[in-house]
Design a protein around this ligand. Structure first.
Ligand code: AMP
Ligand code: ZN
Length: 488
């Protein structure tokens, strides 16, 4: 909004200290953010996408506050095992075997699918997508630089000894030995929490993805990847590292341990020593039955929502209505309510746009207090729920200049990222899968029905309504939003 960071301080919840802290950038006027990206072995579910909606709102807020943002999201195409700790198979290898395709094809397919969801949810492109397999030489170099002091070698790979860094697991608030019994034991590991930073290919086997290293042919560990890509692109220390709350337990503590070993002194008393100053985590999207899963029944992909006729931005709005640190329960009713709210916003903004015409304007003093409250809400650890209510209040203002009002709404939408100035009734109306009738046919039948009603031929009017219903079209007489009809 302004050239320099504005006066309202931005406060963010730092998982490392478990407290709200004013944001103080490492480099004046800049914000460098790294978000753990997906492992591209399957489609993302909408819970995964909540993590990126959150990171996007964070990035938009930093831009709004005047910081020059550099955002990096990685794509993990190697090294993530079926257990976040140190056991199981490589997720990519396993899916490639199941689908009888090369890992590279699997990675490409699911990366594209993920990017399609990113676009559909109006998530801004980061400055850089880092692909894990592009950074293997840097990973080997990183591992070499810490191997002597912090690692030991076993037949299965190079392991990080967590007792060599101070405060291991502080982020998770877990004792080093926690998880005992849950983590599959690897023979020779010194501590339960030690983890592989390089996994050797077992003798006699060949992996689809493997590289040479001082510890033999093999592949990097997942935790190593994020330490390397974040440090390479953003430089240690950088400002903010994000991920879902599950990463607070294993992945991020392990990244922090590596970062401590690599670049900083051991102690975590200075936050910079963890590689990133602030570690932020979004809570989970859950289903009533529990945690969202990619294997359970009807897999909740964004495409499924679209196939059922819900615009993807209704899901974005659903996320914004909750605080990112609160668990959010998914339900179709909740999504339907978010879609209705989105329609109301879109129709409201469309009216303002019509009245405002082409002339460019800036929000006058009348809007100042509202924009201040909006900024206060978003600066309060990204309180999007309150920010949305301020947006609604501005939308409802009467007797104000339409051009100025539109400018105020645009400023707020730049943070919310709902694309409210470009959406319209037509784009919001998605055709659920299996519905064949065209909009032209619907409009023609509705016109015939209007004529029948004008002629007081109610039997025909009802018959036309039933005809539409049989084809999946619900007629909405007297709809306060003037929506007239909907599909599905
Ligand atoms: P993955 O592809 O499994 O590495 O996950 C991608 C991102 O989604 C990570 O930041 C996870 O922490 C996050 N995540 C996983 N499940 C959920 C969920 N149900 N709700 C919100 N975030 C999630
Ligand atoms: Zn990561």
């Amino acid at each position: 909004m302004t050239e320099t960071p504005s006066a309202t301080p931005l406060t963010l919840y730092n998982s490392l200290t478990r407290s709200l802290e004013p944001f103080v950038p490492v480099h004046s006027g800049e914000a460098r953010v790294y978000s753990c990206g997906p492992t591209v072995y399957n489609y993302p579910h909408i819970g995964n996408m909540r993590a990126y909606v959150f990171a996007d709102v964070l990035g938009r807020t930093l831009s709004f506050k005047g910081y020059k943002l550099t955002h990096v999201i990685n794509i993990t195409d190697v090294g993530h095992l079926t257990d976040d700790a140190d056991a199981g198979e490589d997720k990519m290898e396993r899916m490639a075997a199941v689908q009888k395709q090369s890992i590279w094809d699997i990675a490409e397919h699911y990366k594209q699918a993920y990017w399609a969801d990113i676009r559909a949810l109006n998530i801004r492109q980061p400055a850089q997508w880092t692909i894990a397999t592009d950074y293997v030489p840097q990973m080997v170099a990183f591992a070499q630089s810490i191997a002597e002091k912090h690692c030991y070698e076993l037949d299965s790979g190079l392991y990080f000894d967590v007792s060599t860094v101070a405060d291991y697991g502080r982020l998770a608030r877990a004792a080093t030995e926690e998880g005992e019994g849950r983590i599959e034991q690897v023979d020779g590991k010194r501590h339960q929490a030690d983890f592989a930073i390089w996994r050797k290919t077992p003798a006699g086997e060949t992996r689809q993805m493997e590289w040479d290293s001082p510890w033999g042919r093999g592949a990097p560990g997942w935790h190593l990847e994020c330490s390397v890509m974040s440090g390479e692109v953003l430089g240690f220390p950088f400002d903010i590292h994000t991920g879902g709350i599950d990463h607070r337990e294993i992945h991020h503590p392990n990244e922090i341990a590596q970062n401590q070993a690599r670049c900083c002194t051991n102690g975590l008393d200075v936050a910079e020593n963890s590689g990133a100053k602030v570690w932020m985590h979004n809570n989970f999207l859950v289903e009533r039955s529990g945690k969202m899963s990619k294997s359970s029944g009807e897999f909740l992909r964004l495409q499924l929502l679209i196939d059922k006729g819900y615009h993807p931005l209704a899901y974005r709005l659903m996320c914004l209505q909750a605080h990112y640190r609160s668990e959010l329960e998914f339900s179709w009713e909740g999504l339907g309510a978010a879609l209705t709210r989105l329609k109301r916003m879109v129709m409201g903004v469309a009216q303002v746009r019509e009245r405002a015409g082409e002339a460019e304007a800036v929000p006058g003093p009348r809007f100042g207090p509202f924009l201040d409250r909006f900024e206060a809400a978003i600066s309060d650890d990204l309180n999007t729920a309150v920010a949305l209510t301020v947006f609604d209040e501005v939308l409802a203002l009467k007797k104000v200049d339409a051009g100025e009002k539109l400018a105020a709404l645009a400023q707020m939408d730049a943070v919310l990222g709902l694309g409210l100035l470009t959406l319209d009734r037509g784009t919001l109306r998605l055709r659920p899968k299996g519905v064949a009738i065209t909009e032209g046919e619907i409009e023609a039948t509705l016109a015939a029905r209007k004529e029948a009603r004008a002629a007081k031929d109610f039997a025909r009017s009802d018959a036309l309504r039933d005809e539409l219903a049989a084809q999946g079209v619900e007629v909405m007489d007297g709809d306060p939003l003037g929506w007239d009809w909907k599909l599905g």
